[in-house]
Structures are given as C-alpha cells and as structure tokens.
Design a protein around this ligand. Structure first.
Ligand SMILES: [Zn+2]
Length: 403
C-alpha cells in the first residue's frame, strides 16, 4: 500500500470551493482525503502553486505530434485536408517510425502541459505498444472511413477487433470514431453505432465543422465532392442529399455515449437536441477553431442550454501544440466575462463526463484517481483570476498518483 500526502498553497477541487493551504492524501493513487493542512503537518510540499484536477483533452490526433507547424493553407478546408493527406503519404511509409513515435511524443507533450486523460482519434497504424507504463490515460477512438458500400464489412470487422481489446490495458479504453459526414456512408455510420451499442463503447464524430460540410449534406455538392473524386473515394451512386447535422445527431444519439467534435455550425434545434441528451457532449477546440477562421462557436449557447461542453486541442495539424492549459488561457483572454471556474470545469469535469469517467476523475474528490496538475501563479491577487494568464506555468502533472 502506497500512502502519499501532498500539500500546496491552494487546492481547487472544481466540485467545491478552493482550499487555501490544502492537503491531499492518497492511497495507491486514489484520493482519500482533501482538506486544509494542519500547521507543521508533514507532507510533500508542492509549493506556491494551485493544484487542480488533471486536465482532460477530449480531442486529439496524436499521429501528427511530430508536425512542426500546422498544415497550410487553413482555408479552404479541403486544401488543408489535402496537405494532411500528403503529409501522411510522405511520412507514414511502411518502414517509417514517424507515426509510432508521434504517439509517445504527443502523450509526453500532453502530460507535460497538465493533461491526464486524452480522447484520441486512432487511425490505422495506431499502436499503444510504444506508450510508457505511466502517463495520461487514453480513450482511443478507432477511425472508420469509407463511402463505398463494399468497404463496410471490412471496416466493421476491424472495429469489432478494436473494441474486443477493451479490458486488456490499464492505460487505454477503446471506442469508435466514424470520421465525418463527408467521409462515412450512412451504412457505415449505422454499423458503427450498432457495434458501439453491443460493446457499450463511446463514439466520437466530427460534425457541423464547416460550411462545406453543410452544403455536402444538403445538396451532395461542393468542394468535398471534388476532393473525394480526386481520391477515388466518391461512390458511383452518390450519397443521400437533403440532410443536415440534425439527421446525423439522431443516429449518434443511439450510441452509449457520443462526442460531437467541433460542432462549429450547430443551429438552435440541433443544440436543443443535444442538450436534451445527457450522454451526448460537444467537444470545442478553441485554438483550432480560430486557426480555421470559423464564425463564432456556439459554446456559450450550448452551456446555457445545459449541454456538456468539453475542450480539445485537436492535433498539431491545426494547433501549434497539445496544451489544454493554453486553450483555457486563450478562452480566458477572449471571453473575460466567463468565470474562470466555468472554464476550469470545461477543461476537467466536462471532459470526464464526455468520456463517461466522471466517477473516477475530473475533480479532486475522495474515491477518485489522483490525477492532478500543479500550476504556478502569474502574480498576486485573486487566485483563480490570476491563474489563467500567460504567465502561469504547469509545473507538475500527476497521473494516478505518479509524480
Ligand atoms: Zn479531429
């Protein structure tokens, strides 16, 4: 049995007010006590820091963690995808270790920036064998792509093998990600959801991300069609038209848990639809949203309606780094009227809810894992006000009690 006692200038558990001069006790990586420290009490002193629950980055593509700069151009979106595909073809050759190395590089980067849990989109070649024995836990969503009906059977078989791995790893939970409405046939989407139900697995899907996607769903026209044709991915009979994100949401709603990734262009009735379903969440990626120059994101309206909104960095293909802390600092700067405690909940508890693990992480609470992050303060004054500034630094990440 390993006992641990940590103290810090302030502990912010998220599910209750900050505790100044706080102390956390853990047994075998599980929190047992959170309280004020007694004078002269012996404990490992983390110093002049605020301790928060470990950050939860609900959307990443770690395979791009060795990309030095985001892919260009950011617009039009289909040109950005073409750059991404060109990178994959160039770097992910059969004997190359770039993709494999990128996973551990990305997980290490995420950990050093305070993340203890990741929602990761896993493409072919994704393997957890290179991950070290400790570090952030990962929900790995196996990506399904295909518009041709003959691709469905094989895709579903691979997805089934993926989900069958659940329970084999302490570090990784396996889920599914039918990629996006423009890259997944209705049949493949339906098949993914059936499989997720059978395995009680979570599902993540990119949705309502661009204007071009809305045009694609409605009319079956636009830049996506041109791009898919150039990749020989366009099905001869075309795809159903007259659709919108709400039609996709209705299918996703059947999944045991669904993460709607981006949701940049969700409209009122779609927001209402998600808000009425507690097992559905939206993952907002603030700096990636900015990179692509989208219209304002409806995250405040989603929150107002009671939707669970988690945060993600997305991959380094559209973001300069994998720091969820920097997403919080970015939001604090752009939305000074939103309370820092609300932002902090988005980066912690909301991510846990999105991934369905709020019972064991997302707040500093007895009975949960000791997933913690220590942040040095930007200056004096009110602790939470001062916390999310560009001067603040992540000084330590603790995953399951491991320092
Ligand atoms: Zn993504």
């Amino acid at each position: 049995m390993t006992l641990q006692r940590l103290k810090a200038k302030c502990i912010f558990p998220v599910d209750r007010p900050p505790i100044e001069n706080g102390l956390i006790e853990t047994v075998d990586g599980i929190i047992t006590t959170v309280r004020m420290a007694e004078p002269h009490e012996t404990a490992t002193d983390l110093g002049d820091v605020v301790v928060l629950p470990g950050l939860i980055n609900a959307h990443t593509h770690l395979e791009f963690s060795r990309v030095a700069q985001p892919f260009q151009p950011a617009r039009p979106f289909t040109d950005w995808i073409r750059s991404l595909v060109a990178y994959r073809r160039r770097e992910f050759t059969p004997n190359s270790t770039v993709q494999r190395d990128a996973l551990s590089t990305g997980a290490t980067e995420a950990e050093s920036s305070g993340t203890t849990l990741l929602g990761e989109i896993a493409t072919s070649g994704w393997s957890d064998v290179t991950l070290s024995t400790h570090g952030p836990r990962i929900f790995a969503f196996h990506e399904l792509i295909g518009l041709h009906s003959e691709a469905v059977e094989l895709q579903i078989k691979l997805a089934e093998e993926w989900l069958a791995r659940n329970g084999q790893s302490d570090r990784v939970t396996f889920g599914l990600s039918p990629h996006a409405p423009y890259s997944v046939s209705p049949e493949l989407l339906q098949g993914s959801i059936e499989l997720a139900k059978r395995f009680e697995a979570p599902v993540a899907m990119h949705l309502a991300e661009t204007h071009e996607e809305l045009e694609f769903l409605a009319d079956g026209r636009g830049p996506f069609v041109e791009m898919l044709k150039s990749f020989s991915a366009w099905p001869e009979g075309g795809l159903p038209t007259g659709r919108r994100p709400l039609d996709i949401l209705r299918i996703l709603a059947d999944a045991p848990r669904a993460l709607v990734v981006h949701g940049n262009y969700l409209v009122d009735d779609e927001i209402e639809f998600i808000a009425a379903r507690p097992r559905m969440s939206v993952v907002y990626c603030p700096r990636t949203h900015e990179f692509f120059g989208h219209e304002p994101h409806p995250w405040l309206k989603l929150l107002d309606k009671g939707t669970n909104v988690a945060l993600g960095t997305d991959g380094r293909g559209s973001n300069p780094d994998l720091s969820l802390w920097k997403e919080l600092v970015f939001l604090r700067e752009r939305f000074p009227d939103v309370a820092p405690s609300t932002l902090l909940e988005l980066g912690t508890l909301a991510g846990a809810r999105a991934l369905g693990c709020e019972h064991d992480c997302g707040t500093i609470t007895p009975g949960k894992r000791a997933d913690l992050v220590a942040v040095s303060l930007g200056g004096g004054g009110d602790l939470l006000e001062e916390l999310m500034t560009t001067d603040s630094q992540i000084v330590r990440t603790i995953c399951g009690g491991k320092m």
